[in-house]
Design a protein around this ligand. Structure first.
Ligand code: NAG
Ligand code: NAG
Length: 309
């Protein structure tokens, strides 16, 4: 059975590309100056290359060996595949992303942090970004053993790297917009237990006030836009300018409106000098049930081309 893809996927990908396009155009001058300070053949080789076009290849050489192990203090225990003895970790860690037209060198944490000295990187979104952050912190820690946990400014988790004066943190905002639970009113008689009110034009407080702290921001949302998270009895109800949107929007229409609003908020309010990325969706990979129904990931290899949609 192929893994289930969320029905919102086409929307997400389309809008994500739009978003990415908008930012890549507005960011060109900045990114050019940044990369010009990196003077190696790597950049010249990658500059004409689309890093997103490529394949996963199985590479049993030690180049794919992880830079960290189960002792990394930034792991979230339930997600620590090493400590929880997930089977076939050696095989899983042997997969390497190989862009079609160039080499993607393995990250060099020392060099990366040196280039980022006195700068801060923020992740905003759902657990996909959190997972990425955790792995990233564990990798960067190789270059600075004095790294400390950092949870200020409403960050959900993060780390500070004293040797380089760099902070890397994650702000949890699963829908990006502000949303809050509103219990059922006695006057309502519609079979609902209550609603989640989503203000499509207001960013979640967890990140709205901290964007100027970061030099680089990576956004994502996706896996929460499903009826498994928000079933009919406890649905999302969308508001704009403080009023319910009428006629009410369905889940995926709501996603589209939230993305449009958050994109325009970010363009308007986040300083132009901030380098912004939009992270795309990944497929779900629960097998034998959902995440909360005893489902688990039994796969040891990436999806095949024909399994992507
Ligand atoms: C550390 O970086 C921040 C910017 O993120 C800067 O304001 C501060 O002066 C730096 N501290 C030192 C000791 O260089
Ligand atoms: C959950 O999975 C475990 C391991 O496969 C199995 O032993 C158990 O019976 C499952 N429980 C349910 C409720 O399906």
């Amino acid at each position: 059975m192929p893994p289930k893809l969320p029905p919102a996927l086409p929307y997400l990908i389309l809008l994500s590309f739009l978003f990415f396009y908008l930012y890549s155009t507005s960011l060109l001058p900045h990114s050019t100056t940044t990369s010009s300070t990196i003077t190696t053949t790597t950049t010249t080789r990658t500059s004409s290359c689309n890093l997103f076009k490529g394949n996963w290849v199985l590479d049993r050489t030690k180049s794919t060996k992880p830079l960290y192990d189960e002792s990394c203090p930034f792991h979230r225990n339930a997600w620590n595949c090493f400590r929880n003895q997930r089977e076939n970790m050696g095989l899983i860690n042997s997969w390497r992303w190989a862009p079609k037209d160039c080499e993607l060198p393995k990250i060099d944490p020392e060099r990366f942090l040196e280039l980022m000295r006195n700068r801060n990187i923020g992740f905003v979104g759902d657990s996909l970004n959190e997972n990425f952050l955790v792995s990233f912190l564990c990798i960067l820690r190789v270059a600075d053993g004095s790294a400390k946990k950092w949870k200020r400014k409403r960050a959900w988790r993060g780390a500070y790297f004293p040797k380089f004066n760099v902070t890397v943190a994650y702000h949890r905002a699963v829908l990006l917009s502000k949303y809050e639970w509103q219990p059922k009113q006695p006057t309502m008689n519609d079979g609902r237990k209550g609603i989640y009110r989503v203000d499509v034009d207001i960013p979640a407080e967890d990140w709205a006030t901290i964007t100027d702290y970061y030099d680089v921001l990576l956004f994502n949302t996706g896996h929460w836009w499903g009826y498994d998270k928000f079933p009919k009895e406890t649905p999302l109800v969308f508001y704009r300018a403080g009023q319910p949107i009428l006629p009410p929007l369905g889940l995926f229409e709501g996603l589209k409106v939230v993305l449009e609003n958050m994109v325009s908020y970010i363009e308007r309010e986040v300083p132009r000098k901030t380098l912004k990325f939009w992270r795309l969706q990944s497929p779900r990979h629960f097998y034998g049930g959902e995440w909360n129904q005893n489902g688990s990931c039994l796969f040891n290899e990436p999806l095949k081309e024909h399994e992507r949609f």
